[in-house]
Design a protein around this ligand. Structure first.
Ligand SMILES: NC(=O)c1ccc[n+]([C@@H]2O[C@H](COP(=O)([O-])OP(=O)(O)OC[C@H]3O[C@@H](n4cnc5c(N)ncnc54)[C@H](OP(=O)(O)O)[C@@H]3O)[C@@H](O)[C@H]2O)c1
Length: 312
């Protein structure tokens, strides 16, 4: 996870530039991961109700953060996300309080809440041998208004978006009382689907966010190789030999979490950057996909608020 350094409009939170993601972090492991991250300097922990492990993350935070502990609450940038089944304005506050309680962060107001973005609501129905998804008509503008009340009440310090495209973000900003402070979007070498030259989508998104003073958080920068919906023939960034060739020059020998914190102490040559840009294959692999009529399609593409039908 990486914040764009220049744009944290909140606290000048330089230390929060690199974050620890907690998705798919298994029970019994995520606590150790968060402790290791805090101990080696991470100040941004990215959580979500949907990851099912906020209580364990809270266990780690309680050992390191707060009165008499190594870190003050205001030093740590904790993000949680309102899952898609909780976007109805009636549900927003309770969902937020539940996350805060799990994270051990009540009473507030340190964490940052994000609307998770994708429009699906989950429901279990195995009758056809697969999960069925139930969709809600809640408009994201109404969800946003309910999230603004969380700031008014002092429950959260700031609110943001995740998986919103440029049009949706403009839509929010045009009516917001509290502007989004971040938009957390997938950003990596396989999703640079090119706009008319010279801008890639990633560059365009960066420029756009800069122009409206919204910070970008890049998620799945390494291609999220273990995402649950991966197809066997999907490309895999982490095993891409071209990436391995670049990495060979900057290889580090430290435990993974520590090693990733050191992403700011080296730079890539212009040639390496060009090579990385050339990985573009116009594929958004981090969007949940399913098989329909023998074709692999985005699961939620027909929802009116699905963000990835727009070019960016
Ligand atoms: N807002 C959203 O909708 C959304 C969606 C997806 C993800 N996210 C956030 O972004 C975080 C990261 O995304 P992600 O897990 O999907 O993808 P990712 O960061 O692109 O990839 C994670 C994978 O990379 C491996 N890895 C990490 N550092 C490495 C290194 N230095 N060398 C080799 N392999 C390395 C990890 O292995 P190990 O596990 O062995 O370290 C893991 O298998 C999530 O935890 C979550 O917080 C948000």
């Amino acid at each position: 996870m990486k914040h764009e350094r220049l744009l944290d409009p909140l606290h000048g939170a330089e230390d929060a530039v690199v974050g620890l993601g907690t998705w798919k972090s298994a029970p019994g492991q995520v606590k150790q991961a968060v402790l290791a991250a805090l101990d080696c300097g991470y100040r941004h922990i990215d959580c979500a109700a949907a990851y099912g492990n906020e209580q364990e993350v809270g266990g780690a935070l309680s050992l390191r953060v707060g009165s008499g502990k190594a870190l003050r609450r205001e030093d740590v940038f904790v993000t949680s996300k309102l899952w898609n089944t909780k976007h109805d304005p009636e549900d927003v506050e309770e969902a937020c309080r539940t996350s805060l309680a799990h994270l051990g962060l009540l009473p507030g107001p340190v964490p940052h809440a994000l609307a998770h973005g994708l429009p699906a609501g989950e429901g279990a129905d195995a009758s056809e041998g697969r999960w069925k998804y139930f969709y809600s008509d809640t408009h994201y503008r109404d969800t946003w208004a309910a999230m603004e009340s969380l700031v008014d009440e002092g429950l959260v310090k700031a609110i943001g978006l995740s998986n919103f495209n440029a049009r949706q973000m403009d839509d929010i900003i045009s009516t917001a009382r509290h502007a989004p402070v971040v938009n957390q979007v997938p950003s990596g070498s396989y999703v640079n689907d090119h706009l008319p030259p010279p801008l890639t989508v990633t560059e365009h998104t960066h420029l756009l966010l800069r122009s409206v003073a919204v910070c970008l958080t890049a998620y799945s920068p390494l291609g999220s190789g273990d995402r649950p919906w991966a197809a066997p023939d999907d490309r895999s960034l982490l095993t891409d030999p071209r990436l391995a060739a670049i990495a060979r020059d900057i290889r580090k020998h430290r435990p993974r979490i520590q090693q990733n914190m050191q992403v700011l102490d080296f730079s890539l040559s212009e040639d390496d950057m060009k090579l990385l840009e050339s990985f573009n294959c116009n594929q958004r692999l981090i969007v949940p996909a399913v098989e329909r009529d023998g074709k692999r399609v985005w699961r939620d593409a027909e929802h009116p608020h699905f963000p990835f039908n727009d070019p960016y």
